[in-house]
Design a protein around this ligand. Structure first.
Ligand SMILES: Nc1nc2c(ncn2[C@@H]2O[C@H](COP(=O)(O)OP(=O)(O)OP(=O)(O)O)[C@@H](O)[C@H]2O)c(=O)[nH]1
Ligand SMILES: [Mg+2]
Length: 608
């Protein structure tokens, strides 16, 4: 042990509350959610114990056993066995177990004990255990296991105090060498028999909900209804706020415009910053509403059930129910989604999931969709309660999902057929969300968005404004000033490629910065039209008067399928260690997007 401090590692089965405990101990804000496989990387932090001792904590991905093979579990094995590069062997292993699910979790505890290293057991979720009337004889369990056993409630303030005291209270002692038992299940049963009293093996409330949620027909309907309502809410709740922000920025642009002297600076502020970034900022409320529901679903415990009812369908297209959660995370951003595939054991399943994850509609595309929907789809009630705009948004998300299924299916035909395996997935208890966590999660999301806005998007917007403005038109110019600018030149050249999809030069131009950050397409269009003389007019009305419905639909379809941003391609490279996968992802999405937009544009024109 280092003289300066103590190294501890948090290990245990997935979803037992290791990360919640880590956050509680170190004050970090790592992601906590109610399904297995949330943490896929090792994370470290530290705290100062009451004695003044510095304690360094590593949070590890959950593992079912020390012999498992998924990429995230391998990290946990390597750290425990001291094989992880740059990571010292922990001085103390804190094994975390879900007190309501000891039958499963104690097996892993026994497996870790075989390492013969200093260890304590944190019996977490004691609040939930108490609610279900589960009684645990902690002293007897500790005596039988030969290690300290501490009760914790990781999500309650002060719920880890006893654990801190145990960690701080003297030198860690190795768990006693025990006769190596072959069958750990037998040992677990023997332990449970003398230390735990359980009124019922499962939670009655969970069982009642699952009769619907896991029903082969009702379950699918419930999932479809849930998703549908989420997108309705994005419109019903988010849209009024978005409109208010847009109005605010319109007024601000006017005031600033009058106040600044005529010249490039005024152009930069009103056309670039206020019009461009202001328009993107306006979509923040809608993004937050979407995240609110994603966070709610993640914390509720419903997601693995959804994965379960979809498993048959997903297997039939060549994915597995395991792909569901990584794909769902991709609604936020493809990057965490692709990283989430580390919990998929089968390498082929994992690659297929990585390949299609970018087709899920990430939140950066929401501003683009919302802008075009706002400009072209009437705000009309459907069937009395729903609105047409929310329905259009839902359809775009469904298009992404359907394309992902199709691509996976094709990939399965091309790749080798393989045997289908049963989905083994743990169904966690349903849980009321902790509002503080949801609020923090939303806060974090908002912060990420604002950081993008004031970082990469700001830089791109200034750049786009500059190329829209310079060089200035010659004295005897006959066309609009912007036609003489660099942007005009690039846009017009690109238009050769995109004209068959119905994109004018302004749209073609906006696709370039979108490759760095999707939302910037909106800012660029706002800037281009503002510089082009649409002073004062909101972007939506400018779009409505300049492009046809067919072009708008084609553009939405383009954004649904087009190759994703550079960061996504970079993460594909990192996770697969293969440039071929990067080229394949880029290539198939480009072809798919081009073909689908071409079709949409021509069909829409033909129908109109
Ligand atoms: N009621 C209750 N819920 C808890 C407690 N500790 C954690 N949770 C909840 O349990 C779920 C899982 O928590 P995490 O901290 O993400 O679990 P983990 O062990 O890190 O999971 P993986 O990273 O997937 O291995 C979340 O929904 C938490 O809010 C607890 O003591 N009591
Ligand atoms: Mg975790």
């Amino acid at each position: 042990m280092s003289a300066a401090g103590l190294n501890i590692a948090l290990v245990g089965n997935p979803n037992c509350g290791k990360t919640a405990l880590f956050n509680q101990l170190t004050g970090a804000r790592q992601k906590v959610a109610n399904y297995a496989g949330v943490t896929v990387e090792r994370k470290s932090g530290s705290f100062t114990a009451p004695s003044g001792r510095q304690v360094r904590v590593v949070d590890l991905p959950g593992a079912y056993s020390l012999q498992s093979v998924s990429p995230d579990e391998r990290v946990t094995q390597a750290v425990l066995q001291g094989r992880y590069p740059g990571e010292a062997v922990p001085d103390l292993i804190v094994c975390v177990a879900d007190a309501t699910n000891l039958r499963l979790h104690l097996r892993f505890v026994l497996e870790v004990r075989r390492l013969g290293r200093p260890m304590v057991l944190a019996l977490n979720m004691m609040d939930a255990a108490a609610r279900r009337g589960i009684r645990i004889d902690v002293a007897a369990l500790s005596q039988r296991l030969g290690m300290p056993v501490i009760e914790t409630v990781a999500v309650k303030r002060g719920g880890a105090r006893a654990l801190v005291a145990a960690i701080d209270g003297g030198e860690p002692v190795a768990a006693p060498a025990v006769p190596d038992i072959d069958d750990l299940h037998v040992e677990v049963r023997a332990l449970l028999a003398v230390t735990v009293v359980m009124p019922a093996p499962t939670d009655g409330r969970d069982d009642a909900i699952d009769r619907i949620a896991l029903h082969p027909v009702l379950g699918v309907l419930l999932l479809a209804l849930t998703m549908f309502l989420v997108f309705q809410a994005v419109y019903a709740i988010g849209k009024p706020m978005t409109d208010a922000i847009a109005d605010g920025f319109g007024t601000l642009g006017g005031v600033v415009g009058e106040w600044l002297p005529e010249g490039p600076l005024r152009g930069l502020v009103t056309d670039g910053l206020v019009a461009g970034l202001g328009t993107v900022l306006g979509f923040l409320p809608q993004i937050l509403v979407l995240f609110f529901f994603i966070l709610l679903l993640e914390e509720s415990g419903y997601l693995p059930r959804a994965a379960f009812v979809l498993d048959k369908l997903m297997v039939s297209v060549g994915l597995s129910g395991r792909s569901f959660i990584p794909l769902l995370s991709s609604f936020a951003c493809a990057i965490p989604g692709i990283m989430g595939t580390r919990s998929i054991t089968d390498p082929r399943d994992r690659l297929a999931t990585i390949l299609v994850a970018p087709l899920m509609t990430c939140s950066a595309r929401l501003p683009v969709y919302a802008l075009l929907i706002g400009a072209f789809i009437p705000h009309r009630p459907v069937l009395g309660v729903f609105n047409l705009q929310g329905l259009a948004l839902f359809c775009l998300y469904v298009a992404g999902i359907a394309a992902a299924m199709l691509v996976a299916w094709v990939a399965k035909r091309i790749g080798n057929a393989r045997q289908e395996r049963a989905l083994l997935m743990e169904l966690p208890s349903y849980r009321w969300p902790h509002w503080r966590d949801i609020a923090l999660g939303l806060w974090e999301r908002g912060a990420i968005f604002l950081k993008r806005l004031t970082g990469v998007m700001l830089a791109l917007t200034v750049l786009m404004w500059a190329i829209c403005t310079f060089p200035a038109p010659p004295a005897q110019a006959t066309r609009a000033a912007i036609d003489y600018s660099i942007a005009g030149y690039i846009g017009h050249s690109l238009q050769y490629l995109f004209a068959p999809l119905g994109f004018n030069w302004q749209i073609s131009l906006s696709l370039i910065p979108a490759f760095a950050a999707r939302e910037t397409a909106v800012a660029t269009l706002a800037t281009v039209y503002a510089v082009g003389g649409e002073e004062g007019a909101a972007l939506q009305s400018a779009l409505a008067s300049h492009i046809s419905l067919a072009s708008a639909l084609s553009l939405m379809v383009w954004f649904a399928f087009a190759p994703q941003c550079m960061s996504t391609l970079a993460i594909i490279r990192r996770e697969t260690q293969s440039w071929r996968m990067v080229a394949l992802s880029f290539g198939y999405m480009f072809v798919l997007a081009y073909a689908a937009s071409f079709l949409t544009y021509n069909v829409a024109r033909w129908l109109a």
